[in-house]
Design a protein around this ligand. Structure first.
Ligand code: NAP
Length: 298
């Protein structure tokens, strides 16, 4: 049984943040902040929140996550994804609090052959403004807190709490059942349930972990493979066509191989991440009907 800790949570209205608020609350005293209540790039506001709550931990789930928008809004991307975490790290250091910074598979180039995964110690090489800004966030936090900072890199998040790929394709499918969806089939990653990741972060805090951890679901697939499995689990007969990335041009380049190995979690005996199909099955079983309603179906 871990001690009851005070945890200041930022980005608490987002996909991951909303899960963290729920998962951490029974065990700890959580102070959840959405962007409207606390802008992580505002040093005075952040210092004020830490002075008010005197948290043992700060968990930063706030970020500018619209990967394509980051290309044209680089200044905002670096302010939120790099400067913000550094502001939090400085405030945490001043108050003797620990920090969890959530980061991404997009810090890697993805140019190694599938299915060779990326480990925590592999060199970064981001392809996009989003990836570069998140890497700068990691570096900023580590410059202030060193190994005391916990950096959790995850990938391909989905869940009930915020916009994500699964909701987008479900919305398209329900809007026009006769439609054929074209989905990219040459980018590989590990679809990760935000609820499971929140549990993993709870475990890391309980273990007083330190350093960088990869935390994504076990196994991998493509976006097409994910879409096919998702619609099968929902029992929705949607026509899907696999396409190469070159047929779906986007402003930001994305890694072809986004597969992360949870090596440090396993070495530390802390890994609670599960095979992606297992989590997706549980997710659809628990939230399928709700998702259909939210995304436009009956
Ligand atoms: N989603 C993925 O597939 C994925 C993959 C790998 C890593 N990650 C990482 O996982 C973490 C959580 O992502 P997510 O998917 O939960 O993102 P999300 O749903 O977009 O949530 C991020 C939250 O941060 C808030 N925010 C933005 N700017 C802020 C600021 N200046 N101050 C305070 N809050 C601010 C946003 O508020 P507004 O909505 O009001 O702007 C939003 O509620 C991020 O670090 C992300 O980089 C996500």
């Amino acid at each position: 049984m871990t001690a009851r800790l005070r945890i200041l949570l930022t980005g608490a209205r987002g996909l991951l943040g909303s899960e963290l608020a729920e998962v951490l609350a029974p065990e700890h005293e959580v102070f959840p902040y959405g962007r409207a209540e606390l802008d992580i790039t505002d040093p005075e506001a952040v210092a004020g929140a830490l002075a008010r709550h005197r948290p043992h931990w700060v968990v930063n789930a706030a970020a500018f996550t619209r990967v394509d928008a980051c290309e044209s809004e680089a200044e905002t991307a670096f302010r939120v994804n790099a400067r913000g975490p550094e502001v939090l790290a400085r405030a945490a250091a001043a108050h003797g609090a620990r920090l969890v910074q959530v980061s991404t598979d997009y810090v890697f180039s993805g140019d190694r052959p599938v299915p060779v995964p990326y480990r925590e110690t592999d060199p970064a090489g981001p392809l996009s403004v989003y990836g570069r800004s998140k890497l700068a966030g990691e570096e900023g936090v580590r410059a202030v807190l060193g190994e005391e900072a916990v950096i959790v890199r995850t990938a391909w998040l989905y869940g009930s709490g915020g916009p994500n790929f699964l909701k987008t394709i479900l919305r398209l499918a329900l809007a026009d059942p006769s439609r054929t969806l074209r989905v990219v089939d040459d980018q590989y990653g590990s679809p990760t349930w935000s609820r499971r990741l929140a549990e993993q972060i709870r475990v890391l805090i309980g273990a007083e972990a330190r350093g960088i951890f990869h935390a994504s679901a076990e196994g991998c697939c493509t976006w097409y493979g994910l879409a096919r499995t998702f619609f099968e689990l929902l029992g929705l007969p949607v026509r899907l066509i696999p396409i190469p990335t070159s047929h779906y041009p986007t402003p930001a380049r994305r890694p072809a191989n986004s597969i992360l190995e949870n090596r440090r979690l396993k070495e530390a005996g802390l890994n609670v991440m599960r095979p992606w199909q297992e989590d997706l099955t549980e997710f659809v079983g628990r939230f399928g009907a709700e998702l259909r309603r939210e995304c436009g179906g009956g």
